[in-house]
Design a binder for this molecule. Sequence first.
Ligand code: TYD
Length: 217
Amino acid sequence: MSGFFITFEGVDGCGKTTQAKSLLKKFSALNINHIYVREPGGTVISENVRALLLDNAHANMHARTELLLFAAARAQIVEEVIRPALAVGKAVICDRYTDSTAAFQGYGRALDIQMIDAAIQLATNGLHPDLTFLFDLSLETAKQRRENAGKSDDRLEAETLAFHQRVRNGYLQIAQENFHRFVVIDAENPVKTQENEVWEKIYTFAKDIGFELENKK
Ligand code: TYD
């Protein structure tokens, strides 16, 4: 039995968490066995690493340290949570995964792409998502949404506009290079429109990989 591994990606403030949560509701309503996790985090060890990564006190964190910490948090959640869930046929909805590393550490921090690929391989041992949604929107709208949410910026959110622009462009590039598993959603659209687009893709893709959505109702 093998599950369905879905990841949600985008710049900070793109609305992916809202979308992931609506998908969860849909899965629950259909009695589809699933779990929701977020990265970095999702296990005790990974949540501790998350705290290190996002702490504004760590402004001096080196880019390679950052890469390794994201990788460490990921290795733990992959082995402790994601692989076991997929192995028993569950759908796994993961809020950020390897494409975040490629976009933020690769494009944002401009670390060498081979180094990024090696860190990703080390962390995942080759576990790739089946389907990835990229929520793309202008950085102005993203910033506005973050401000409306009223949360203060963490260490990565506090990065320069140029950094976030590289991340956004990087994501679009990654989506093109991996078009077989990527769906780019226009995150400027109303929440409901995006929800419908996501569900339509999930539905079609599930059929393609033989993951049963209907019989589990
Ligand atoms: P996120 O959980 O989306 O933040 P929030 O809960 O505040 O919306 O992600 C935390 C931050 O970590 C985000 O700025 C993106 C960054 N990140 C990376 O730089 N590399 C990675 O590999 C991952 C998973 C996240």
